[in-house]
Design a protein around this ligand. Structure first.
Ligand code: ADP
Ligand code: MG
Length: 158
């Protein structure tokens, strides 16, 4: 389904943080970013770097492992950070307010496979996967909605 793909080889955690910060500069309400990849890949690290670059006053950005969602007031409005690993039913997506947030706020969602029928078709999908070197990751971004072509442009001028 996705028609556009970008791939990056990230040498360390700072490389991932930099991509997250650059992307955050072009984001607005209604944009959803799906963060895939195994435990320890760096999904939370990406989301934390993204959110911290938009916060008005610095605060902790903990992993939403148990709360499922954390929300932040930022320079560009509300940002939601979700970790759906422990989601029990799709109905919970409504109850958490996440289905509305995906149209009204900025959402960063870990374990996006749990969204099932709520998966937005206009999202940017980012998959982070470990490589053989300890801190090295392969990041793949995929999208079909044309808005992401402009929003990911900043990545190509590094
Ligand atoms: N290139 C990299 N990108 C992202 N994280 C990295 C990288 N190299 C090392 N790390 C480390 O890997 C860990 C990833 O943890 P986390 O972001 O919580 O993973 P996840 O949310 O995918 O389970 C962090 O401690 C981070 O510092
Ligand atoms: Mg995580």
């Amino acid at each position: 389904m996705a028609t556009n793909t970008l791939k990056f080889d990230l040498k360390n955690a700072d490389g991932t943080a930099k991509l997250a910060r650059v992307l955050s500069m072009n984001i607005q309400s209604g944009d959803t970013i799906l963060l895939g990849g195994p435990v320890g890949a760096g999904k939370t690290h990406f989301a934390r770097s993204f959110i911290k670059s938009l916060l008005i006053t610095d605060e902790d950005v903990p992993s939403p492992t148990f709360t499922l969602v954390q929300t932040y007031e930022t320079q560009i409005g509300e940002v939601w950070h979700a970790d759906l690993y422990r989601l029990s039913t799709e109905q919970e997506i409504e109850e958490l307010g996440l289905s509305d947030a995906m149209t009204e706020a900025v959402c960063l969602i870990e374990w996006p496979d749990r969204l099932g029928s709520y998966t937005p078709t206009d999202a940017l999908s980012i998959d982070i996967n470990p490589l053989s070197a300890l801190d090295e990751r392969c990041l793949t971004a995929r999208w079909s909605h044309p808005k992401w072509t402009a929003k990911t442009k900043g990545w190509q001028h590094d």
